[in-house]
Write a protein that binds this ligand. Structure first.
Ligand code: KG4
Ligand code: ZN
Length: 381
């Protein structure tokens, strides 16, 4: 345990190791961070194998798997950190948005522990956890200074696709988002059309590396359009139309590779274009930000894609920004980010009552920071 200064304007808050729990989708995860955000122990159990034969996440199976694995996982991260329950200062759990069954399991477990041990509980918004990951100490290199607000977040995952100005804990301004599918969802649907296993993103990226992106040009929805919204359903439909033009049965591998390469090229072009627009909007919102402080952060499973990372870095550089991408294990769903978001909130004195209900929908923009109304899932619209 140690004393930490809160925001200079506030009183000192006493915090120590924080347990984070993530169960909002198909990863069961637990992690313990010390008060400074150093990772003492972490574990992630992916349920891929349980859902693969259904071609997507089955909420009921996910909830049961979280229930089956979470208690042992928490026990093992405590042991790995060399801590007992009595050493913890707080418990933080994803409380939304996500699949309600999993959220009930994870936040219910966290609340039970908090009640039994008399610890503060933080109901973490999963999107806020992705958004604040960039501020984890040492994330961008041991010597790199902590990332300061504001920065631009591009969240590209299976369930989310949005550009957000991150202006403080609980202070988010959504610049744009998808009007239909999330980009990871588009990758998964495209991969399915090409006969690849779920989740499709990594398999499609590998296949695309062997293909010719110019052979079957596909549309690039929203490219050049004002603002920074995204749309992927038309691209998926165009791919489906190309696929049905082939004789029934599995696609020849070289054709599938060309289609994969074309699909990925469209996504790459669209994401780079949308990021450019988002950066312009962000720069207009923060005109006084010095050039050395202009940072864009990409997070979510799709940020693991090599060509996408390269294109985003190029778009950021052209706009005078640096692109930071957390390591893949912290880009995808994990509990380190949940514990860290808990610490960021606890430093501001923002714990939540145990009555706080998990919620499947919980937009980032409805959050608030210290001293403002609407900070908990119950209060946020
Ligand atoms: O962030 P994440 O692990 O889970 C959530 O959706 O919250 O992201 C998973 C998504 C899946 O749609 C997966 O196909 C996609 O990220 N993905 C990728 C790659 N790796 C994962 N998409 C494109 N290229 C990749 N290398
Ligand atoms: Zn996520």
């Amino acid at each position: 345990m140690q004393d930490r200064p809160r925001d200079p304007s506030g009183p000192v808050l006493r915090i120590g190791p924080v347990l984070g729990i993530e169960t909002s989708c198909d990863e069961t995860a637990a992690a313990i961070l010390d008060a400074d955000g150093r990772i003492l122990a972490e574990a992630v159990l992916s349920q891929l194998a349980e859902h693969a034969r259904f071609g997507g996440v089955v909420p009921e199976i996910a909830a049961r798997a979280h229930l089956a694995h979470l208690p042992d996982m928490v026990g093992s991260v405590l042991r790995a950190a060399g801590l007992g329950w009595g050493d913890l200062a707080a418990v933080a759990a994803s409380a939304g948005p996500g699949l309600i069954g999993g959220l009930i399991v994870g936040s219910g477990f966290a609340k039970g522990a908090a009640l039994a041990r008399g610890l503060p509980f933080v109901a973490v918004n999963h999107l806020e956890a992705h958004a604040l990951t960039a501020r984890l100490p040492g994330l961008l290199g041991e010597a790199a200074p902590a990332v300061a607000f504001p920065y631009l977040l591009l969240l590209i995952s299976g369930g989310h696709c949005q550009c957000v100005a991150v202006e403080g804990v609980g202070r988010y301004h959504r610049l744009g988002g998808t009007v239909d599918d999330a980009v990871g969802e588009a990758f998964d649907k495209a991969a399915k059309l090409l006969g690849l296993p779920w989740p499709g993103g990594p398999a499609l990226e590998r296949l695309a590396a062997a293909g010719d992106p110019a052979r079957y040009p596909l549309p690039r929805p929203m490219l050049g359009r004002a603002g920074c919204d995204f749309s992927f359903s038309g691209l998926k439909t165009a791919l489906a139309q190309r696929v049905v033009a082939f004789p029934p049965g599995p696609l020849p591998r070289d054709e599938a590779a060309d289609l994969a390469a074309s699909f990925q090229a469209s996504v790459v072009a669209v994401l780079a274009d949308r990021l450019s627009h988002a950066l312009a909007a962000f720069a207009a919102r923060h005109p006084a930000l010095p050039p050395g402080r202009r940072l864009a952060v990409a997070a979510g499973g799709v940020a693991a894609n090599g060509p996408i990372r390269a294109a985003l870095a190029g778009a950021a550089q052209a706009a005078g920004f640096t692109l930071a991408v957390p390591p893949v294990r912290l880009c995808t769903d994990n509990a380190v980010m949940v514990a860290w978001a808990g610490i960021e909130r606890l430093r501001l004195g923002l714990a939540d009552p145990l009555e706080t209900a998990p919620r499947p929908r919980w937009p980032l923009e409805t959050l608030s920071g210290a001293g403002e109304p609407g900070g908990s899932p119950q209060e946020a619209a």
